[in-house]
Design a protein around this ligand. Structure first.
Ligand code: HMG
Ligand code: MG
Length: 301
């Protein structure tokens, strides 16, 4: 496998949105700058959502304004037109709308049905497109829902197709609660790729059951080439009870480099960025690679 793989670093958004300790705007900016300094290019930096729903993302406009001029591509979540206007005014280049394949999670997360959410996104996507802002789509709960249990793959294909047809340039498939296993991932990607080109499908896997890297490997073998990950394995969603963090960016980079896929990421700098944010949060990173390199460094002292 020698092609390139695009990493979408979601640590500053997915990684921090579920933390008990809200990380300050200044510290979020420093985290993003450290990630860019490590060689990551595409970073999801915030969310223009209700401050009551996710207080951790308050200040996303300041964050986006601070980093927006840097070399890179910066994404922000937008749930509705109000969020769209705020994101546009803060200079967003790429917004991400987020739907669910399951009704239970849609209701808990964005307080509407799946069909209503699609109606809500229509004017957002149309306005963004007219304003020259790219739109990414997310589908959550593609391999299971914390409220509804099993999710029909056809429901995932349907929502993915709707987002694509509305004009999303890429659709990210979220295993929100990390319950998927490799063969399910293969089947799901194949089914979605009937409607959306495989290179326009992203894999967004939380690692609750320790399957994320295996699932990514299976997805890469199927031809998927976009991976969402979070430095240090941070992440989770307050509306997805029991879910843990995203697959760790360090672990993904280690696997890809080991497979001969160049990422351009400096592992030492990435681990330093991870250690800094872990220090602020008051606990060590869950990333296996960061833990291994930290232990090695301590042993060498
Ligand atoms: P609602 O209560 O139905 O909305 O929430 P509303 O339109 O009735 O508004 C209620 C209040 O929120 C009003 O304020 C609005 O002004 C305000 P009030 O009059 O009460 O003072 N409001 C907003 N404020 C700022 N920005 C906005 C905005 N919209 C309304 N954009 C809503 C519906 C969608 C707004 C709410 O449920 C919400 O913000 N949800 C976001 C939840 C969220 O961010 N979840 C985490 C991200 S998704 C995720 O993590 C999954 C993902 O990683 C993929 C995966 O892993 O599967 C992407
Ligand atoms: Mg997520």
């Amino acid at each position: 496998m020698s092609e390139t793989v695009r990493i979408v670093e979601v640590g500053p958004r997915d990684g921090l949105q579920n933390e008990k300790t809200a990380v300050s705007v200044a510290d979020r900016i420093a985290f993003i700058e450290a990630l860019l300094g490590a060689g990551l290019h595409t970073v999801e930096v915030g969310a223009f959502v209700s401050p009551k729903a996710i207080p951790q993302m308050v200040g996303s406009a300041e964050v986006l304004r601070a980093v927006g001029g840097r070399d890179g591509e910066f994404h922000v979540l937008v749930p509705n037109e109000k969020g769209y206007e705020a994101a546009r005014d803060a200079g967003a280049q790429v917004i991400a709308v987020f739907a669910s394949a399951s009704e239970g999670f849609s209701r808990a997360n964005i307080n509407c049905s799946v069909a209503e959410s699609i109606e809500r996104f229509k004017p957002v996507i149309a306005r963004a497109t007219a304003d020259g802002i790219k739109v990414r789509g997310y589908v959550s709960c593609v391999l299971g829902c914390p409220f509804d249990g099993e999710v029909d793959p056809q429901a995932v294909v349907d929502v993915t197709t709707m987002l694509w047809d509305l004009g999303c340039y890429e659709v990210s498939l979220g295993d929100t609660i990390g319950v998927g296993t490799p063969n399910k991932v293969r089947a799901l990607l194949r089914a979605c790729a009937e409607a959306v080109p495989m290179q326009s499908l992203a894999m967004h896997f939380h690692d609750t059951y320790g399957q994320a890297l295996a699932n990514l490997y299976a997805g890469l073998e199927e031809g998927a080439r976009v991976i969402d990950s979070a430095a240090g394995g941070l992440g989770g969603c307050p509306y997805a009870p029991g879910a843990t963090g995203n697959v760790a960016t360090e672990d993904v980079i280690y696997m890809l480099e080991g497979m001969g896929i160049k990422t351009g990421v400096d592992m030492q700098k990435l681990v330093a960025a991870t250690n800094d944010i872990a220090g602020l949060l008051g606990r060590p990173p869950v990333s296996r690679v960061a833990s291994a390199l930290n232990a090695k460094r301590r042993a060498a002292k």
